[in-house]
Design a protein around this ligand. Structure first.
Ligand code: HEC
Length: 126
């Protein structure tokens, strides 16, 4: 080994580099893996915290349509556009898409969080 070190230092350094690199990649992948379910969970919590659940449920109409019905309705439309329009409607409120009952504005919600909620709903509110 001492001989190898002395003779071929580049190779040893390269191997150490490879090793740290793969540990880093592995750690990153592990971190992402752990974070993903938390993200989904965070959206459900956000919906609860933002009082959406007072008017919406997963699969039955309450005051507003169910998340399932909303997701189904916009499934075949361009995703980015739907999310954009939905986030705006979540923040500003409105009526007419589902009936005459008005969804009040949720202006306390940031644009970023409105988008997170819109994406969560489109993906099935899991
Ligand atoms: C006071 C009741 C109420 C609350 C609170 C409420 N909504 Fe609604 N929501 C409605 C009603 C009523 C509609 C149907 C509006 C319509 O017909 O255009 C609706 C529609 C929607 C739609 C479909 C919009 C469309 O154009 O198809 C989404 C998405 C939505 N709500 C998400 C949310 C989210 C997310 C929250 C929490 C930040 C929330 N709502 C809070 C009553 C409510």
């Amino acid at each position: 080994m001492g001989l190898l070190l002395a003779r071929n230092p580049c190779k040893v350094v390269f191997m150490i580099h490879l090793k740290t690199h793969s540990i880093f990649t592995f750690g990153l992948a592990l971190g992402l893996f752990a974070a993903l379910p938390n993200l989904a969970h965070a959206s459900a919590d956000l919906a609860k915290k933002s009082t959406c659940m007072g008017c919406h449920a997963m699969d039955r109409k309450v005051v507003g349509p169910s998340y399932k019905a909303i997701a189904a309705r916009y499934q075949n439309q361009p995703r980015a556009q739907v999310i954009e329009a939905m986030a705006t409607k979540i923040r500003l409120g409105g009526s007419g898409a589902w009936g005459v009952v008005v969804m009040p504005a949720n202006t306390k919600l940031s644009e970023a969080n409105a988008k997170v909620l819109a994406e969560w709903i489109i993906d099935g509110a899991k």
